[in-house]
Design a protein around this ligand. Structure first.
Ligand code: NAD
Length: 293
């Protein structure tokens, strides 16, 4: 299959490499030359611009930072919808606003394209290992066409509903994750202030009703767990600023729909304080060190 892949960043590059390894012909494009060099060295073809990436492609995948990049890529006179072949299946894997995902999919449909939103969970490690979870929104037929390809990059492929539904699930999941990390950090700090050993406290809570993913698999207290960002100076992992972006999407989405998310809004404020204190590039579990009295 001929695949065009736009956005070869921390996530897109390892995803595209997995497609190459699966024997597909992949043409990639990114604005950063060093990313293209790594892709070319691994056997990928490199395009000189986004429109050339889509040329002759059976499937086009995008993995860009945010909503505005996705709108810029697909819409407008110079956008892909104006130049690509409508037979190309469009898959946007970026994490963006559900509303924007729907709008781009509607514009795509009007030009005869099938398009799905397929944001991912699993981080850069999951992208490298090909074990991502895909949360997919779109018509059943398009999702089933995409499934064999998504299975080369991920382990769990969920069809969440119509266009935008994949983004909705992603936004809900990451809001819950952000809140859980704050709650877990608070419980650990309180225990430590009482003289508890954080490892003993974590072991007991992991078998009690407070158990959750942040506590059990991504413990934010340094030294409790090996091979997690908290034990490596909060390097790598999922950055504070990326979590902040996703909480921004949750708050914007809730405001559009008049949905009540007081904890989501508070989490946004707390991660924002933490980012402004100079921690934006650290892993989000570094909110363990947030001083907010
Ligand atoms: P990144 O910033 O590393 O990569 C994005 C890439 O897109 C960059 O290399 C950039 O140069 C490129 N780009 C931007 N505009 C472009 C354009 N018009 N044409 C071509 N290339 C363009 O970001 P990432 O970590 O790879 O994340 C990508 C998406 O995946 C984001 O929406 C993010 O929220 C989501 N995500 C990230 C993670 C993670 O752990 N990093 C996990 C799950 C989801």
């Amino acid at each position: 299959m001929k695949i065009g892949f736009i956005g070869l960043g921390n996530m897109g590059l390892p995803m595209a490499l997995n497609l190459l390894q699966a024997g597909h012909q992949v043409t990639g494009f990114d604005l950063v030359k060093s990313q293209l060099d790594v892709f070319a060295a691994a056997g990928g073809s490199v395009a000189t611009n986004a429109n050339d990436t889509a040329k002759d492609a059976d499937v086009l995948i995008s993995m860009l930072p945010a909503s505005r990049h996705v709108e810029g890529l697909y819409l407008g006179d110079a956008g892909l919808l104006a130049s690509a072949n409508p037979k190309t299946l469009l898959i946007d894997c970026s994490t963006i606003s559900p509303k924007v995902a729907q709008a781009v999919a509607i514009a795509a449909k009007a030009k005869g394209f099938a398009m799905i939103d397929a944001p991912v969970s699993g981080g850069t490690a999951g992208a490298q290992a090909g074990t991502l979870t895909f949360m997919v929104g779109g018509e059943e037929s398009a999702v089933e066409c995409a499934r064999p390809l998504l299975e080369k990059m991920g382990k769990n492929i969920f069809h969440a509903g119509g266009n935008g539904a994949g983004q909705t699930v992603k936004v809900c999941n990451n809001m819950m994750l952000g809140i859980q990390m704050l709650g877990t950090s608070e419980a650990l700090r309180l225990g430590i202030a009482n003289g508890m050993d954080p490892k003993v406290l974590s072991d007991i809570m992991s078998k009690s009703s407070g158990r959750n993913w942040a506590l059990e698999l991504y413990n934010p207290c340094p030294g409790v767990m090996e091979n997690v960002p908290s034990s490596k100076g909060y390097a790598g992992g999922f950055g504070v600023d990326l979590m902040l972006k996703d909480l921004g999407l949750a708050v914007e989405n809730a405001e559009n729909l008049d949905a009540s998310i007081p904890l989501g809004k508070l989490a946004q404020q707390l991660y924002d304080n933490h980012s402004k204190a100079g921690n934006g590039q650290l892993d989000f579990s570094s909110v363990f060190n947030l001083k907010n009295k």
